[in-house]
Write a protein that binds this ligand. Structure first.
Ligand SMILES: [Zn+2]
Length: 872
């Protein structure tokens, strides 16, 4: 697509981004900026049995104004001794609510350099914050390892520190661990010495200047395999015996390192990069500098058990975390109000890198659902700007949401498209060079892109980062003779928010014909009119699905597009379906619009399109829980999906398109959940054979077959699933079997599953997933919610301080009625912190949106289904 720069209207051109560029002194945060750490020499001795650690540190500090008080962060620890230079014995005050420690000295500390010495004792958690243990099964029995997870603000649980991202300092770690352990941190080991009693001390090279949340320590009975990539040692670290499954990750990381070195124009700055597989504690991955941690099954690939397409997910998550080594670690947002700089960019780069290194995956096309997730949040009253004030740690945690990741990703994509690939990359390279080892705000990024491109990036982009919400382009066609003219204007697109604050954007509107060939971009500010071929020609206005906006066509334009959907490119078919469904949710299109599109899309075998066909089907099905009409709706859903499955079949054929394996398992899962008896019976048959002969079931189908069998499990099958889950040492399989068991329809089995959540059978990170899985089965949502309420104190103690802020609010979105929304609003633990209140308000809005949509639209759905199914 080519971009045409169009003159900006003065009102917009004159607007400047409100946010200033980075300046340390004016960066938000709670700690005084008059004392700055430059280096931590840190010594830790964890005790994995007592779940505690002893620590000491010498911190080089620079004092810019004389002060008798040092204020730094510490939480859940005791400070045993403190001194600055020779001045010992300050009064030590820990403030648990502020998560700080204040050292009050009898005399002011003079301006200049000093050494702060602290010794302290802290806690090792069972939940994934600070330093934590994971117990995991092995062939020789259960083993225990430690790992760490610090973002956004948990370095303060490991060492007293200036734990805000703008306070960058180097860290030199020494740790004492059992002799047999492998210890991994940000930097290479410089020295290991045995100290007797089965223990050793391991010292690491000092890191460069970095933000405290990027520190990492992992240690256990681990092994490491490495490869040299242009002088950098890339390693995969995993539990002993499992690093062989890290081969794919190691290869992928090598290719990505070369790609990023080139793209960013600044070589990877550390001597090594480890990818560390942790079998529990947290669910995703964390970009600690030089030592990225991953939930084990997100990193390891076992050809005997993993579906071959699991490689795509592994590649993507490695690409995301490796992009952070530059965008986040080398150059860091100054404060959490700009967390999107980290996450939006890394999310964009994971797709960019996948398109470059694996074009056959069609990552942008297949990632359409990610943008849809952000757009459904962003249409509601409780949305927020990408850049938003962040007052504390709980609010920072709440900011790790789809607006930050997926809207951020979509915005970067749109900006790259507007500037062109080369100018955009030149700007990113300059930004890296200019801000390495330092911090930035969004204004710094726009400044670099503007300088490189000569285009008014900030004026266009700040409307997307500094205000929430989605632009809606409303199109109205008219004829002048044989020529078609399209009048376009913009509004704000909302769902369930009838009187939103009006907003303005500059929207890069890209017009295309049915072949997706001719297109142009214009910046729409207010209204415009464009020529679009001959009268009645179908026209699409977000061609390629690149823009972050929705389009509302007039009835004749929509009808023309619907009639010719099979002639549109896949990205435009997927986008037309998703826009149409969203406009129905917004009350702007009649319900029939989506059903007409679905009917015309039966048999479409593009995976991205099928995903968008499934979205309204799944959502209406979810709203149908407990209604007698659900069976008829599911029968209709089967008529939409079954013809494609009949063509694709159960077993792969050699010549099929590469996406068919994923499509096949999605269709089996969806049809099974929609009550397709034939599919359910065949899944059961295949699973029974698999139990006796695992090789009989292809790795591609294991996930979906196991999950279906779990859903329709009787007692014996349930027991088999749990037995398999308890036996395996493979984390991927373990999750698969437990989650399948947790899907069982039988209420007695669901109760048994919930009981497991109170034991130590699973790591804490999987306990939450287990309960959520039970709750996501509509018939058990009340059971799961009652269980959570009845056991709240026990669960919260086990799951850690984030549990109350997120878990109840997320669980409640399984409900679609006003009474449960009200219950959430008055559930005290969910309302206890400001971050928790944000999450709860979003869930409340979502439940109420579902409740009102159900009341308004389900009767019409029933009517439509009745007529549709009566058709011959
Ligand atoms: Zn990230």
């Amino acid at each position: 697509m080519t971009s045409l720069a169009v003159a900006l209207l003065p009102s917009v051109a004159g607007r400047v981004a409100a946010e200033p560029v980075f300046a340390f002194d004016s960066t938000p945060g709670k700690l005084p900026k008059t004392v700055v750490p430059t280096h931590y020499a840190l010594d830790l001795t964890p005790d994995l049995d007592k779940l505690s650690f002893a620590g000491s540190e010498v911190v080089d500090i620079e004092v810019t104004e004389p002060t008798a008080h040092l204020v730094l962060n510490a939480v859940d620890m005791t400070i045993d001794a403190a001194a600055v230079d020779d001045e010992a014995g300050p009064e030590i005050t820990l403030d648990a609510a502020a998560q700080t420690v204040t050292l009050a000295f009898p005399r002011p500390i003079t301006a200049g350099r000093h050494k702060l010495r602290l010794s302290f004792t802290g806690r090792i958690n069972r939940f994934g914050r600070g330093l934590f243990v994971v117990d995991y099964p092995t062939a020789e029995g259960r083993k225990r390892m430690i790992s760490s997870h610090l973002e956004p603000a948990d370095a303060r649980r490991i060492f007293p520190s200036w734990d805000e991202p703008a306070f960058k300092a180097s860290v030199a770690l020494t740790v004492t661990v059992p002799q047999a352990f492998l210890a991994v941190s940000n930097m290479p080991v410089t020295q290991e010495e045995s100290i007797g009693d089965g223990k050793k001390r391991v010292a690491f090279q000092p890191t460069p200047r970095m933000s405290s949340y990027l520190f990492v320590l992992a240690a256990g009975d681990l092994e490491r395999t490495t490869a040299d990539v242009g002088g950098i040692t890339v390693g995969v670290v995993a539990a002993r015996g499992k690093s062989v499954h890290g081969r794919y990750a190691l290869d992928a990381a090598g290719g990505l390192l070369r790609y990023f070195n080139d793209y960013f124009g600044v070589a990877y700055p550390l001597p090594k990069l480890d990818l560390i597989a942790v079998p529990g504690g947290f669910g995703g991955a964390m970009e600690n500098w030089g030592g990225i941690t991953f939930f084990e099954s997100r990193l390891l690939f076992d050809p005997a058990t993993s579906a071959s397409d699991a490689r795509r997910g592994i590649f993507s998550i490695i690409a995301h975390e490796m992009a952070h080594q530059w965008f986040g670690d080398l150059v860091t947002m100054a404060w959490w109000d700009n967390i999107w700089l980290n996450e939006g960019f890394a999310s964009w780069m994971q797709a960019k890198a996948a398109e470059a290194l694996h074009p056959e995956w069609q990552t942008w096309l297949n990632g359409n659902g990610f943008k849809q997730a952000a757009m459904s949040e962003d249409a509601r009253r409780t949305t927020h700007p990408i850049q938003q004030p962040i007052a504390n740690e709980t609010e920072a945690m709440a900011a790790f949401d789809s607006i930050t990741y997926a809207k951020g990703q979509a915005l970067i994509r749109m900006v790259e498209n507007y500037l062109g690939e080369d100018a955009f990359r030149a700007g990113i390279r300059a930004y890296m060079r200019q801000h390495a080892y330092s911090n930035t705000t969004t204004a710094d990024l726009w400044g670099a892109l503007q300088a490189a491109s000569g285009k008014p990036v900030a004026a266009v982009a700040s409307a997307y980062t500094e205000q929430g919400g989605i632009p809606l382009v409303v199109a109205q066609a008219s004829c002048a003779g044989d020529a078609q003219r399209i009048a376009i204007r913009q509004e704000r697109f909302t769902i369930h928010d009838p009187a939103p604050q009006p907003q303005r954007w500059q929207v890069p509107v890209a017009r295309g014909d049915v072949a997706g060939t001719s297109s142009e971009t214009l910046l729409l500010d207010g209204v415009a009119e464009i020529a679009a071929g001959r009268c009645g020609d179908p026209v699409t206005l977000n061609v390629g699905d690149v823009g972050y906006y929705r389009v509302q066509y007039d009835a004749a334009m929509l009808a023309a597009l619907t009639r010719s959907i099979d002639r549109l490119a896949p990205a435009d078919r997927a986008n037309l379906i998703s826009d149409t469904w969203a406009l129905i949710e917004a009350g702007r299109y009649p319900l029939a619009a989506i059903f007409d599109l679905l009917d015309r899309s039966i048999g479409d075998d593009n995976r991205a399109v099928v995903e968008q066909i499934m979205r309204p089907l799944s959502r209406i099905d979810h709203l149908q829980w407990g209604r007698p009409e659900r069976a008829a709706f599911q029968a209709y859903g089967r008529t939409v999906l079954r013809p494609l499955f009949d063509r694709i079949g159960w077993d792969a054929v050699p010549s099929e398109p590469i996406d068919h394996a994923l499509l096949r398992s999605r269709l089996i899962g969806m049809l099974g959940n929609f009550g397709d008896d034939e599919i359910i019976a065949e899944a059961k048959r295949r699973f029974a054979v698999f139990v006796k002969d695992p090789a009989s079931l292809s790795t591609e189908l294991r996930g979906t077959v196991t999950s279906l069998v779990g859903r329709y499990a009787d007692r014996a099958t349930y027991d088999t699933l749990l037995a398999l889950g308890r036996k395996t040492t493979n984390t991927d399989e373990r999750v698969r079997y437990y989650m399948a068991a947790a899907s069982a329809r039988d209420p007695a089995l669901a109760e048994e599953t919930l009981a497991i959540a109170l034991t130590d059978e699973l790591p804490t990170s999987l306990v939450g997933a287990l309960i959520s899985q039970v709750a996501s089965q509509g018939e058990h949502r009340d059971l799961a919610w009652s269980f959570v309420k009845a056991n709240f104190a026990a669960l919260a103690a086990k799951q850690g301080p984030s549990f109350q802020n997120n878990f109840p609010a997320n669980l409640m979105t399984n409900f679609t009625d006003a009474a449960h929304a009200a219950e959430l609003a008055s559930f005290a633990p969910a309302q206890a912190t400001s971050g928790g209140r944000l999450v709860a308000a979003r869930s409340y809005e979502r439940i109420m949106t579902d409740a009102d949509f159900s009341a308004q639209q389900l009767p019409a759905v029933d009517e439509w289904v009745k007529r549709r199914m009566a058709r011959p």
